[in-house]
Design a binder for this molecule. Structure first.
Ligand code: CP
Length: 300
């Protein structure tokens, strides 16, 4: 009923979303009234460009109606609880897309709203991004058992958590290149490892060797830059630049969830270069989120 975590999605469920997204992307008009009469509330506690706009456009393309709420506009900013907010929104709307800090708050919202809730990012996971990233890999012929996925960044955070689960469930061999101070969370490793090999390395050249997909993530999460500034030295040698990319497969694709810090975790020549899938990746948020909305809201 909800989409809160990649944990809740099986390999078969991932394939179902991939196929639906493919259909939606190439047959837009077929789905033009699929969400007719449906109300989708966006509840955002933190900033967003891609998630907010791609979901808003997705709802509109599907014939539904989107209502966008930032926390300061709501009574949440004056102390109303997440649970009571969920109870009320659930009486008006058909779905909530929420971007919150705490996963616990998202679960609380979903528990009390009793309508489908979609995780638009929390500190723990970014499952919509991970699903659309799988779709981009699939389009580029990289989403296959045995293909090598290399993540470079802070493996202790939301993007790594969701991607580790998603790529492992898709059967890819996963390497997380991360500073020793940013180890992946045991819970996510334990969940991913039955599906595929997941290696953790600290040396970027070792980790990227032969990779089919190279994924650079931010070193300092948007909104957490000041607390992360002291950690930047930990990422020495982990910049995705042309020299490092030479160690990946010749036809490797480069991905980044955006927003990027050009010149920090990724150089502009790589981000704008011939191997970059970054802009298709951003576009695919729209198509995959349409598929998620259809899956959760269209019951026939
Ligand atoms: N990648 C992503 O979620 O972008 P926004 O923060 O702009 O939504």
């Amino acid at each position: 009923m909800n989409f809160l975590s990649i944990s809740e999605t099986s390999p078969a469920g991932i394939e179902e979303i991939m196929q639906l997204a493919q259909s939606v992307k190439h047959n837009r008009l077929r789905y033009a009234v699929s969400l007719l009469g449906k109300q989708v509330v966006f509840l955002f506690e933190r900033p967003s460009t891609r998630t907010r706009v791609s979901f808003d456009v997705a709802v509109n393309h599907l014939g539904g109606h989107a209502i966008s709420l930032d926390f300061p506009q709501t009574q949440l900013s004056r102390g109303e609880s997440i649970a009571d907010t969920g109870r009320v929104l659930g009486r008006y709307a058909d779905c909530i897309v929420a971007r919150l800090f705490r996963q616990e708050d998202l679960v609380e919202l979903a528990t009390h709203a009793r309508i489908p809730v979609i995780n638009g990012l929390t500190d723990e996971e970014h499952p919509c991004q991970a699903m659309s990233d799988l779709f981009t890999m699939r389009e580029r012929g990289k989403l296959a058992s045995g293909r090598r996925f290399c993540f470079i960044g802070d493996a202790s955070r939301n993007m790594a958590n969701s991607l580790m689960l998603a790529t492992a469930k898709a059967g890819m061999s996963v390497t997380l290149v991360t500073p020793a101070a940013c180890k992946p969370q045991e819970r996510f490793l334990k969940e991913a490892r039955p599906f595929a090999e997941v290696k953790v390395v600290h040396d970027a050249v070792t980790g990227i060797k032969g990779a089919d997909v190279v994924y650079a993530d931010v070193w300092a999460e948007p909104g957490h830059e000041s607390e992360s500034a002291s950690k930047l030295a930990d990422f020495d040698g982990l910049q995705l630049n042309a020299d490092l990319l030479k160690h990946a497969a010749d036809d490797a694709i480069v991905m980044h969830p955006l927003p990027a810090h050009r010149g920090l975790e990724i150089t502009s020549d790589v981000m704008d270069g011939r191997q970059s899938a970054v802009w298709d990746q951003a576009e695919n948020r729209l198509h995959v989120q349409k598929a998620l909305l259809l899956k959760l809201l269209q019951k026939d």
